[in-house]
Design a protein around this ligand. Structure first.
Ligand code: UDP
Length: 403
């Protein structure tokens, strides 16, 4: 099949860890790769955010990234991209109507990509699948006034969910949210993301560490990832260190507002000497960081899926996460790690302290974690489930098949 993936702000070519580049970029990159491995032709459409970007860049065999001219050719926060989604969709329409390559199915990632897909579909019949990656209604609930999303977001997400041919829920919690949003249940498919267990595995180089028990956090350096809660928990975990991987490169950390807040908090809590902010690292170096940890902490306020626990698990690292969002599907409490009550640094401290004192339990969790990540969460499996869905939808759209 010919599969168009739209990922307006999250390019699979972008370095990860910065404010708007994380799980979605990684998801799109891995999924496109797994689909191509199965023999499909994939084109990923992402916004051109630099004048130096060529129109097309091959990502790997069978995957081409196309840079779409919509809005200024400069980086823009994703929350400022909505005004350009009409142009994005029109550009896609022109490309597919007049160009040599036409998709059998369009898979939009994030709500704004979904809007661009609907614009194109209005005059180019093709089934549209949407993965939200994050829902405005959840973000608003947790961030309140700090949520900088366009005010139309929740309304558009609702319309999109009703108009898309299929909506992917990445975890059972998201499925419930989608039903509450009004997306017809029969159009929702629960298909989790995967992890590349060849790349993320327990054997290989280990990042430098001391004898101090290491609690690792990995992700974009944004407040909602909840790293502050680990810092608040640290006084209750004597001797342990907290290492945060993510954000801008190390030499730009000093200018980062979230980094500054975390450092101030660590100072006020008396744990400054036990906090290390590493900055963003490339995917190639990440397994070594996971392997260096005794435990991965995932204290996010909310998490639509969360790739980092899976990556840690595949590297043989137990996970202690808040019991919410995707964590409740990926982490099996008492088997691969622990789920603790959300936003509760005290519970986090108690659970981490106990686990760090029990190497045999950590070892048992590590073994179960590797097994679970490998057997339940491969990208191949994600790609197969999606391909079946795409084929079913494409068979219902006569013009799109063999167009
Ligand atoms: N990541 C990375 N380098 C970093 C920090 C994070 O490559 O310095 C990657 C991480 O490996 C994961 C992704 O960014 O694949 C974060 O995904 P997740 O789903 O955990 O969070 P999101 O960004 O979607 O909120």
């Amino acid at each position: 099949m010919r599969i168009a993936m739209i990922s307006e702000h999250a390019s699979p070519l972008a370095p990860l860890g910065s404010v708007d580049a994380g799980g979605q970029n990684q998801h799109v990159s891995e999924l496109a790769g797994a689909l191509a491995e199965d023999g499909h032709e994939v084109r990923v459409y992402t916004r051109r955010d630099s004048p130096d970007l060529p129109g097309e860049v091959p990502l790997r065999d069978g995957v081409m990234v196309e840079h779409v001219p919509a809005g200024p050719a400069a980086p823009l926060p994703k929350d400022e991209l909505l005004p350009y989604m009409g142009i994005f969709g029109e550009w896609l329409l022109g490309r597919w109507r007049d160009g040599p390559w036409t998709p059998d199915v369009v898979h939009a990632h994030f709500w704004m990509s979904g809007l661009a897909a609907l614009t194109a579909r209005s005059r180019f019949p093709v089934p549209v699948v949407v993965t939200y990656h994050a829902l405005g209604v959840v973000k608003r609930r947790h961030q309140g006034a700090a949520d900088t999303s366009p005010r139309q977001r929740i309304g558009y997400e609702r319309v999109l969910g009703r108009q898309a041919d299929a909506v992917i829920a990445q975890c059972s919690d998201e499925l419930d949210e989608l039903v509450n949003l009004g997306v017809p249940r029969e159009r929702i498919a629960l298909i989790p993301s995967g992890v590349d267990a060849d790349h993320f595995n327990p054997r290989g180089p280990v990042a430098p560490r001391t004898a101090a028990p290491r609690i690792l956090c990995v992700g974009r350096l944004v407040e909602r990832k909840g790293y502050a809660d680990v810092i608040r928990a640290l006084p209750g975990i004597p001797g342990a260190e907290c290492v945060v991987v993510g954000g801008p490169p190390a030499d730009e950390l000093d200018a980062d507002p979230v980094a500054a807040k975390l450092r101030t908090l660590a100072g006020a809590t008396g744990v400054a000497d036990r906090l290390t902010l590493v900055g963003g690292v490339r995917r190639q170096e990440l397994p070594a960081w996971y392997r260096s940890a005794d435990v991965l902490a995932c204290p996010a306020w909310y998490e639509p899926f969360g790739l980092t626990p899976l990556e840690a698990m595949a590297c043989g690292v137990p996970v202690v996460a808040y019991g919410l969002g995707g964590f409740t599907d990926t982490v099996v409490d008492g088997v691969t790690g622990h789920l603790v009550p959300p936003r509760d640094p005290h519970a986090l401290a108690t659970t981490l302290r106990r686990l760090l004192r029990e190497p045999s339990r950590r070892m048992a969790y590590a073994t179960a974690a590797v097994d679970r990540a490998r057997s339940c969460y491969s990208w191949r499996r994600t790609a197969e489930q999606l391909t079946r869905l795409y084929a079913r939808l494409a068979a219902r759209t006569p013009q799109a098949v063999g167009a």
